[in-house]
Design a protein around this ligand. Sequence first.
Ligand code: SAH
Ligand code: F3S
Length: 504
Amino acid sequence: MPRYAITTFGCQMNVHDSERMHEVLRRAGYTESEDPKAADVVVLNTCSVREKAEQKLLSEVGRLAKWKQTHPEMVLVVAGCVAQQEGERLLTRSQGIDLVLGPDNIPELPRLLDDIGLGAPPLVRTVFDLEAPRFLTALSDEGDVARNPTVDARAPTAFVTTMKGCNERCSFCIVPYTRGPERYRPSAEIIAEIAGLVAAGVREVTLLGQTVNSYRDPSSELSRAPGASPDDPDESEFAALLRRIAAEVPGLVRLRYTSPHPRHLTPSLIEAHTDLPVLARHVHMPVQSGADRILKRMIRRYTRAEYVARVGSLVARLPDLSLSTDIIVGFPGETEEDFAATLSLVREVGFRGLFGFKYSQRPYTPARKLADDVPEAEKSERLARLFEVSEELLGAHLQRLAGSRQRVLVEGAGKEGTNAWTGRTERNEIVHVAGAERLDLRGSIVEVVITRANKHSLQAELSDEARAAAKPLPAAPPAAPVEAPKPRAAGERRSLPIVAAGGG
Ligand code: SAH
Ligand code: F3S
């Protein structure tokens, strides 16, 4: 059986796409190889959102191409955003690539590999599925997730795509170029996928989309959500979708979404948060800057005051809700005063997690016309100052939780040697539960007492009631831990953030 290996760079959307590539390859008879050097097909699923990420990919291609000189039978596939962005050009920029595959062309992967096996020259397939958008799911053809061997039935959390592409034109961002225009998935399909996942044991679902809250149902099956004004151009059908999920999948314990655009944080979405207990008390709402002058140059389509008012009305209704955000430092023309406005916004909103990035000029973006005039050293300094404020806010928040009782969804075993379970609260704080190593907690929601705050997480013990209710493990400590959430280190954005500062 031919073997394959996939290396994933970049965001959650790419992680999700890689899972789908695993699925199409396994169904076509391939088996996974841990070691790319032992694989017949090596796939690099790439990110181009910042220059550093793109460079990382090119050096990886270089390394593999060298290996390929002595192993010419290896097939090298470049997928993801760099593939979409560069297309044909990749073949001339780097030797050794056999296939350049866009994010919308994943279902064609086995067929294209067959063509290459039959001696086809290097292929480029980067066509957006504009007419009939396809959304690959974790479901098997029978619609039964439990019978699909590629789904880890023990993982209590899952991502579900609701839309792809982006119609915004934030001046710094390459995503509209690499992922194409917005296309939405019919609500019935989304519901069916979530229901299937829940039937297979999933407790928490995160809806995924580039501007996830601009959702509109292409099948027009949703009724208007309370609070939605037909005259508000920023209203969408996202709140209606959330309500339908809550109503039709009552077994779902927690629902999150990422990433929304502040423009679509409309009254109907705020109403949905107020009405639906299934929605987590955490929203990641990218703001990018606290200075109006910069927001305007970024084409973000809101002012600082509008952002503050919108998240303010959400928090007014749900005072225990946590907010996290994305921020870019060193955007063209950003002065010290502009940056100070960003710092003051971070304090004003009280973000409990943020991803900070140094501005990186990207091809095809409108901001290319602006001089990248903030020196690199200044960008680094601003980023460090930003993280300092964010760590201070997070630290103070975590300290306040010491001694409190919290409900934690246990995701898996903690780091080796800690003998702890790890999970998250509904506000997304990471909690390590000690003293329960003989109990089977994976996938359960348990009540814990917070014993101590770490820098990025919380220590806890089970409450007496939870301990009495828990099942013992059949054998000693959890055997094959699923990866538990880790505090963010500097690097690429990979997951729904909070309770950590990260980025780079
Ligand atoms: N809506 C998308 C955003 C994708 S980009 C989502 O679902 O997450 C993720 C983050 O990367 C952005 O919010 C922004 O903070 C950062 N980013 C995007 N382009 C950038 C650039 N050119 N330089 C630095 N940071 C960038
Ligand atoms: Fe990028 Fe702005 Fe869309 S950050 S993904 S262009 S909302």
